[in-house]
Design a protein around this ligand. Structure first.
Ligand SMILES: CC(C)(COP(=O)(O)OP(=O)(O)OC[C@H]1O[C@@H](n2cnc3c(N)ncnc32)[C@H](O)[C@@H]1OP(=O)(O)O)[C@@H](O)C(=O)NCCC(=O)NCCS
Length: 208
């Protein structure tokens, strides 16, 4: 296979109407998730912590923020040709002060495509859909030690810090930050288009 042309990535919303497709999507998304997590999280987390985070076991980890418990859930894949190179989920927080606000949780790009604009395209699509749904703004949370993600949110996207958060895995507490786009009208990059967003009843993905 030739070299991936990551700059050509296109974002599509995925739907889960066919169980066979759903399995395929989940396998693809799991692959992207694992590649991205390993490349980013192992820089500051142990292998055991990463494995626990992605295990899906009840109580494996707890986040101080609401990762989004209520439908509608919206799932986006970034494709280069037929290959999935990035994923992002748009969730709706349902607890506390931010109930009703959308949150991007998670957003992952395969390391081979980092710094080629795939993350920006995924974010722009989430922001576009949230804005069209009439959301007041958009949140995302990041571990403070995740320097790559922080740079992406703070410098590339220019997001505003909202609150201190944390993620607990076993005995380890990782400080985190909640970011927001306060005005979604400003959140959409040029040329990202307005196509392809449709309503979807889904469920929380098995892959974190
Ligand atoms: C954060 C992430 C989604 C960004 O995706 P991306 O496709 O690289 O993003 P873009 O190409 O649109 O933007 C590039 C920006 O991201 C940041 N970035 C991406 N890769 C980086 C790296 N290896 N080192 C430092 N910064 C990096 C920089 O801010 C960069 O801007 P620059 O090119 O001007 O330096 C991706 O790096 C990723 O999947 N990381 C691992 C998973 C993760 O941490 N997700 C977020 C969880 S909260």
């Amino acid at each position: 296979m030739g070299k991936l042309n990551c700059r050509q990535a296109e974002v599509e919303e995925i739907t889960h109407f066919n169980p066979a497709y759903q399995l395929h999507y989940e396998a693809e998304r799991k692959r992207v998730t694992e590649l991205a997590q390993d490349a980013a999280y192992l820089l500051f987390m142990s292998r055991a912590d990463v494995d626990q985070l992605r295990s899906g076991d009840p109580g494996a980890y707890s986040a101080s923020w609401d990762e989004g418990g209520q439908p509608p859930f919206r799932f986006f894949n970034a494709y280069v040709g037929k290959q999935v190179v990035g994923v992002a989920d748009l969730m709706t927080q349902d607890k506390g002060a931010w109930a009703g606000w959308p949150i991007v949780e998670p957003i992952y790009v395969i390391p081979d495509c980092w710094k080629h604009g795939v993350g920006r395209k995924l974010w722009a699509r989430c922001a576009e859909v949230a804005r069209r749904d009439g959301a007041p703004g958009l949140h995302v949370c990041s571990l403070n030690q995740n320097e790559i993600a922080r740079k992406f949110y703070e410098h590339t996207l220019g997001l505003t810090k909202v609150s201190d958060e944390s993620l607990t895995i076993g005995q380890h507490v990782f400080p985190a930050t909640r970011y927001e786009v306060p005005n979604l009208g400003d959140a959409i990059g040029p040329g990202e288009g307005l196509s392809g967003a449709s309503s979807l009843v889904g469920r929380h993905p098995i892959v974190r």
